[in-house]
Each structure stands twice: as C-alpha cells, then as structure tokens.
Design a protein around this ligand. Sequence first.
Ligand SMILES: N[C@@H](CCC(=O)N[C@@H](CS)C(=O)NCC(=O)O)C(=O)O
Length: 226
Amino acid sequence: MPQPITLHQWEISPFCQKVARALRFKGLPFEAIDYNGLLATRAMGLSRVGKMPVLDIDGLRLQDSTRICRYLDEHYPEPPLFPQEPQQRALVELWEDWADETLYWFEVYFRVKDPEAFNQAVEFASAGRSALERLPTRLTLKAMLGLQLYAQGLGRMAPEDVEAEFLRHLERIESVLSDGDWLVGPRQTIADIAVGSQLLEVLRTSDRMRPELLTRPRLAAWLERI
Ligand SMILES: N[C@@H](CCC(=O)N[C@@H](CS)C(=O)NCC(=O)O)C(=O)O
C-alpha cells in the first residue's frame, strides 16, 4: 500500500505553495500540516536545515522545494515538471533558482514593509492557534523577516528603488510571455510554478503591487493559468 504523502508547511510560504502546486500538478494526493503560532518552533526540528517545506514521501523526509520537485519528477515522471531536452531543462532550472533566490526577497519585502500585508501574514501564521500566540508570532515574524531582509540587502534600499527593480522583473516576464503561454517551451514547467508561487503571494498580500501584476496583460493571464 502506498504511504501517505505529508507536506509540513507554513501556509504563507511561497516555497511550500510551490511544492503543493507541484504535487497537485502530478495528481498526487497529500496531507498538509501547518506549523502556525508557537508550533513554528517544532518546524525547526523537522530537518537539519530547519526551513520549510519538508515533505515525507516514500519513507523519506526531504527538505528544500527544489530538491523535492526534482525527486517528484524522478519518481513520478508524469506529467513532467522539467523538460527532457538539456538546454530547455537548464533554462527551467535557472528560472526556478532565480524565483527562489531573487524574487522571493521582493515577496518578503512587500510583506514586511506594507503594514496591511504584514497584519495579514500574522493572521495566516496564527490560524487555528490560541489568541495568546498572536503576539509572539507577530514579534518573531517581524524580527526574523526584518533581519533576513536587512542582511540580504533589499531591507537597506530606498523603497522606490526596490519597487523599480521589482517592476523591471515584471517587465521581463511580460516580455518573455510574448513568445508563448509558458516561460520555457510549450508546456507548464517548474519554472512557471516557482515564479508564479512567488508572484501569486505578492498578488494575495500587497495592495500596492496588485495593480502592477494585473495590468500587464500577458502576466495576468499567465498567473490565472497557474
Ligand atoms: N531554499 C529553500 C528555502 C525555504 C525557505 O526559505 N523557507 C522559509 C519560509 S518561506 C523558512 O523556512 N524560513 C525559516 C528560516 O529561515 O529559518 C526551499 O526552496 O525550500
């Protein structure tokens, strides 16, 4: 009998959403466990790295969305997340890495710097837990994300410069989509899922950036498809 698949997650994490989308793309049923409120401390013990997502599958415990998606493609090949053709595969992997390592920080930036978006993040991260856990959750999120943003560099930039860089990224995606429905090749790949998971979270939380995402017609239609 196949073992159940368990996704350990924070609902607001674009990396956890990326894995959930990849599992749905493959038609693999899974259970998601949220580590909201003070349960977040337990998430640290799930893997050596301490970050989420973590996936339990086939008797293994995997950490890191990129490694998880690669595993899924190797063991559950249909439909493929990565193209077979080496050049296309390299492009897909570059998009995925760019989404995870660059675009992610803009998502964090808009979440932390916009008070409404931050309140919403605290609500999501406290769902299902005692009201007493809301304040420590708020303080931890603020300190952790604020510190990471500062260390990464975006947290020290002028807001108008961060926004201008983000809009340039959106323009690039809009340009690439003039060539077809998906970022690389004729089919949806992990490139679309990784980039889309970051941008869909910005769309959900940032009142300020939402119009920028929705007024670029090819980008808006592509987000709809994801
Ligand atoms: N490269 C990792 C990044 C995962 C990641 O940064 N997850 C965040 C949540 S969005 C996290 O667990 N942060 C807690 C920490 O940095 O300790 C992946 O793709 O899974």
